[in-house]
Write a protein that binds this ligand. Structure first.
Ligand code: GLN
Length: 254
């Protein structure tokens, strides 16, 4: 069991397709995770995983995949399926926290059917599928607010595809905006610790409580520490760095 006074906590984040999937400042998600780890004395190493790179699940503690346009999504979809699929599935079944935004979210469900061209096969992590109903159907664009775990999460969405959930649990309920499909009031999907969402903006700089939640899941999984107790702390207080979160070992034998 790792105690509070042992070596510095370190987490490794795998950033999938940073060159292809990087819309609307998705990289801000990585910067926020890094900063919020830093404020607590946790080192976050970031490793980019591009097309052709294998994903060895044991080497990571967190994974992020961002959004992209249809033309960027197609080669990614193929690589995800052929090169990273088995590793990603293994990581998710082993409760690794994963954040997938927009195009990345679509590719973690069963398929994305674009307005033109063949279907892009997804990994089927989320029991959900996405259909772009053609150029005459308006895109889902604008600010979004959802309720999540009794809190709100805000973001910006811009997607042509409409996602429909099968048995997948939604991430939240739409309070404002379109969410998965502008029809059923659901937003995003959750499977184990994998979170899919349409919220760009970027998501995590605007929602530090969600960033902390993901970091907490990673620490819990790697070190057996409980989630960060700072979840309800006002963001300003944490950003000053003056009030580091308390980390409590789950089963401290001492
Ligand atoms: N190409 C997808 C769509 O328009 C994803 C867009 C995105 O990632 N913002 O539905």
């Amino acid at each position: 069991m790792h105690g509070r006074n042992e070596a510095r906590l370190t987490l490794t984040l795998g950033h999938l397709y940073p060159d292809q999937l990087n819309l609307y400042g998705d990289r801000g998600n990585i910067l926020t995770l890094k900063r919020r780890c830093e404020l607590r004395g946790i080192e976050l190493r970031v490793v980019g995983l591009g097309i052709g790179d294998a994903l060895a699940p044991d080497e990571y503690d967190l994974l992020f995949i961002g959004g992209g346009q249809d033309k960027e999504q197609a080669p990614v979809a193929q690589d995800l399926f052929e090169t990273k699929g088995i590793g990603l599935w293994a990581a998710i079944e082993d409760d690794m926290p994963v954040l997938a935004v927009c195009g990345g979210y679509q590719l973690l469900a069963h398929y994305y059917r674009p307005a033109e061209g063949p279907d892009m096969k997804g990994l089927g992590v989320f029991d959900a599928w996405t259909v772009h109903k053609g150029p005459r159907t308006p895109r889902c664009i604008g600010d979004v607010v959802i309720s999540w775990n009794g809190m709100t999460v805000v973001g910006f969405e811009n997607h042509g595809g409409r996602t429909y959930l099968g048995t997948a649990r939604p991430l939240g309920k739409v309070l404002k905006g379109h969410g998965n499909n502008a029809e059923d009031g659901t937003e995003g999907a959750v499977y184990r610790n994998a979170y899919g969402t349409y919220l760009h903006g970027s998501l995590l700089p605007k929602n530090p409580h969600f960033a902390d939640y993901l970091i907490g899941l990673a620490l819990q999984r790697k070190y057996g520490l409980r989630r960060l107790t700072s979840l309800s702390m006002p963001p300003g207080e944490i950003l000053n760095g003056s009030t580091p979160a308390q980390l409590t070992p789950v089963d401290d034998p001492t």
